[in-house]
Write a protein that binds this ligand. Sequence first.
Ligand SMILES: Nc1nc2c(ncn2[C@@H]2O[C@H](COP(=O)(O)OP(=O)(O)OP(=O)(O)O)[C@@H](O)[C@H]2O)c(=O)[nH]1
Ligand SMILES: [Mg+2]
Length: 319
Amino acid sequence: MSVDDPAELGRRLRRRDRSAAPAALNLIENRSPGARERAGRLLAHASPTALGGEAPAHLVGVTGPPGVGKSTLLSALLPVWRRQGRSVAVLAVDPSSRRSGGSLLGDRVRIEHDPKDDAVLIRSTAAAGRLGGLAPSTREAVEALAAAFDLVVVETVGVGQSETDVADVCDTVALVVQPASGDVLQFLKAGIMEVPDVLVVTKADLGSPAERARRDLAQALAAIGSSSVPVVLVSSMPPPSGIEELADELDAHRERLDIDDRRPRSRRASALREFTAEHGERALRSLGGRREAERFLAHQDEAADVNTLVAALERRARQ
Ligand SMILES: Nc1nc2c(ncn2[C@@H]2O[C@H](COP(=O)(O)OP(=O)(O)OP(=O)(O)O)[C@@H](O)[C@H]2O)c(=O)[nH]1
Ligand SMILES: [Mg+2]
């Protein structure tokens, strides 16, 4: 049997053999039709159906405007999680605009980690077209890694309405802002922005503006009836501060969640989004509209993975 047999890769991930992860990601990122079919088989072997339940990993989205300090923050969070004995995979989604030259912000900060530590995997992937959008391969990568790692983190650039992709893929979304981010405040107040599960104000070492930002954000959250959302002040530069508190808040959110309810709902939302992105609104109408498509998905197996759900929608649309 070849090492890259997709079913075997899926089985190894299911057995929590992390050494299968790089080959699994290579296959998932290959978008050729042959590779798609093989990736589908890999995912089926690491899916909730194969696992006999939801993957135990905590799926964390770290999102926020460009340059607010998301990667630096993750560099500081990694040692905290490693001290707790947890394995961590990070998928850093590069906005495609920055790949195609004309870098606005210069070289991105890389997430620092010990390359000899095999319980940590960092991977950069290209984003889908729009800001904050996730490519289907990122969603699949999260699904595969969730079988083998304790934490799977997705770093994306985005603010406003673009976080919903991340929310569909992750259990817990942390929105990272820096002091004096007036736009985030306005988005929150106006209710045009998905309310995150945890709000993080970075660069606390800059002093009083950070404290003020925390106060303003807490007030904005209270005004929209979301005062239970924690606002954590962190500094990721040495000496780091607030990092362990943030790790605790992420865990606390995970503990409050009903994963067996949330994950199937998220998979159905992802399937509908990917089906519509692939085939257009007209295909959605051929299913009888969004509501009807949602009803159809609600009747599918709770443990079905997203690709299986998309395939079911496609079969239905052809009928
Ligand atoms: N003073 C201070 N600077 C910080 C802190 N965290 C990050 N920075 C700086 O902010 C800049 C951007 O940090 P990144 O971690 O690359 O920010 P990012 O949000 O990942 O950026 P993109 O991925 O490009 O959107 C870098 O120059 C960091 O050194 C902090 O806590 N304090
Ligand atoms: Mg970054």
